[in-house]
Design a protein around this ligand. Structure first.
Ligand SMILES: [Zn+2]
Length: 245
């Protein structure tokens, strides 16, 4: 494509007022740093961060009917069924702060959920583009990360630490807000191993789904800052491709 056509297309898009909104799907087993990386991206790109884990934990702490159901699934290490997850996320995606796009963490988790998201966006947000970022970390490293994970119990903070790789300055106390650091009930070796097995079972079709749609970027996030930089670079290129194509 010549540079003139590229510029013409860009101007045309601007005249039409077409705003491309991005729905970025974070893929990766629990413990790959998805939450941390997703939150940094959401701040840097000014996109709302939607974590199904957060929504679920909120429902559980408010002891809603949905929360009680979810709690029994989570405690057994099983996944919350597709239909429950899909309804929960759809409701969230219709809220105002998601109009300009979002970063989705923990959803979709199966190819069926990915299909549901695709159809939902087609119907409700015609200018939306989906792209998946896959964080690929070996299982033994994930287990090591998760069993050493500590989370700030102050809900408005939620900072994540690691006894081995990112300890707080003062033991048991959050560097940022001074809140108490706690281990999540389900962050133990047994539950993590179970969750990993389930993730591996479901993720193959899910990753294939995005690969077939040419909307997949896979990365081994050894270092959070480097990973964020790489992902942002990829998203820039991806967006350019969309506005020129
Ligand atoms: Zn804190």
């Amino acid at each position: 494509m010549s540079i003139e056509i590229k510029i013409y297309n860009k101007i045309k898009l601007m005249r039409l007022g077409v705003v491309i909104t991005m729905y970025i799907v974070m893929l990766g087993a629990p413990g790959t740093g998805k939450g941390t990386i997703g939150k940094i991206l959401s701040q840097d790109l000014d996109l709302t961060h939607i974590s199904t884990g957060d929504i679920f934990r909120d429902q559980i702490s408010r002891e809603t009917e949905l929360g009680k159901k979810i709690k029994s699934y989570m405690e057994s290490g099983a996944l919350v069924p597709d239909d429950v997850v899909i309804e929960t996320v759809k409701t969230r995606l219709l809220e105002k702060d998601v109009e300009n796009g979002a970063i989705l963490d923990g959803f979709p988790r199966t190819a069926m959920q990915a299909e549901a998201l695709k159809n939902f966006l087609k119907e409700n947000k015609p200018n939306a583009k989906r792209v998946a970022i896959e964080l690929d970390v070996p299982d033994d490293e994930i287990i090591r990360r998760v069993v050493n994970r500590l989370i700030c119990s102050n809900k408005s903070c939620g900072a994540i630490y690691n006894k081995e790789t990112k300890p707080p300055k003062k033991e048991g106390i959050c560097d940022i807000c001074g809140g108490e650091l706690k281990k999540r009930d389900d962050d133990n070796r047994e539950t993590v191993t179970k969750r990993l097995a389930i993730y591996r079972q479901n993720s193959k079709d899910l990753v294939d789904f995005y690969r077939k749609n040419n909307a997949l970027y896979t990365i081994y996030p050894k270092d959070v800052d480097v990973a964020v930089k790489d992902i942002k670079k990829f998203l820039e290129e991806y967006k350019k491709g969309i506005s020129q194509g």
